[in-house]
Design a protein around this ligand. Structure first.
Ligand SMILES: [Zn+2]
Length: 88
């Protein structure tokens, strides 16, 4: 890149001009801004995620259990109505 003060060429990674010592325009400035945002977004998710997932899994387990019991009862009612006292 070229120095905005003296116009001489410097390395792409140069922070200060090698010739006049002035600060070079930084192409990497957006990165330090992006990184803390992603880290801040990831950390609360990691901390908050396990609790809702556990309750969701527990609810799913109860729902699937109830559905299975209901299914078995329906199948029993259809194929073996005589085992129920209220059979018709
Ligand atoms: Zn310069």
């Amino acid at each position: 890149m070229f120095c905005p003060s003296c116009g001489k060429q410097n390395k792409e990674t140069a922070v200060f001009c090698e010739f006049c010592g002035k600060a070079m325009p930084q192409k990497t400035t957006p990165l330090p801004i992006v990184q803390p945002v992603t880290q801040a977004n990831l950390n609360p998710k990691k901390a908050a995620a396990p609790k809702p997932r556990l309750s969701y899994n527990a609810k799913r387990g109860i729902i699937t259990g109830v559905l299975l019991v209901g299914l078995v009862l329906v199948v029993l009612l259809i194929y073996y109505p005589s085992i129920f006292p209220w059979n018709w």
